[in-house]
Design a protein. Structure first.
Length: 186
């Protein structure tokens, strides 16, 4: 019989996903966070269909292996994805992260900057009082590291300029922002 951790890891990786983290609460909740592997041709974001696929397989595997749980939640790690393993740091080198150290360095535990590999360890380059600074660290010094969420609000734009003339519902519209439904202004 496999441990629940081994069963979850084998199932998630066997389905072609990256296991980011797992949580188990005393109340029986089992949470599984998964991500796409780097360079996945299916895209870079986890979808509801991905979560459903993994959930169904995990339900079956956990039952067969006799792993008790009350509720199973499978989801993406979110925009502020945690960095846990060396592979995570390697994959996201060159991106901005939030870093929290276990022990303060010069009175400071929290840093936000760009991650890079530095010899045997890692470096985060951050701006402090207008000047770039660098902090070298090893993974055993890290309490938590997460990606800084990047949200692009410019992703969806109207294909026509605001003042373009188009025909909607049999009438011309000047792009005034008025909604037109069946030729009647509402």
């Amino acid at each position: 019989m496999l441990s629940w951790q081994t069963a979850v890891e084998r199932t998630v990786t066997g389905l072609g996903y990256d296991l980011v983290d797992t949580e188990r609460t005393p109340g029986g909740l089992l949470r599984v966070y998964l991500d796409r592997v780097a360079g996945d041709p299916a895209g870079e974001f986890i979808t509801v269909d991905d979560c459903e696929k993994v959930t169904r397989q995990l339900q079956h595997v956990l039952e067969v292996e006799g792993c008790a749980y009350e509720r199973l939640e499978v989801s993406s790690p979110g925009l502020d994805r945690p960095l846990k393993r060396v592979a995570d740091y390697e994959r996201f080198a060159g991106t901005e992260i939030d870093l929290t150290l276990k022990v303060p360095f010069k009175g400071r535990k929290k840093y936000r900057g760009v991650l890079s590999a530095q010899g045997e360890g890692w470096r985060v380059v951050f701006s402090d009082a207008g000047a770039d600074q660098a902090l070298d660290f090893s993974l055993n010094e890290v309490r938590e590291a997460r990606l800084v969420p990047v949200v692009d609000f410019k992703g969806r734009r109207f294909s026509e300029p605001e003042n373009a003339v188009s025909e909607v519902g049999g009438q011309e519209s000047q792009g005034s922002g008025d909604e037109v439904d069946g030729g009647r202004n509402q």
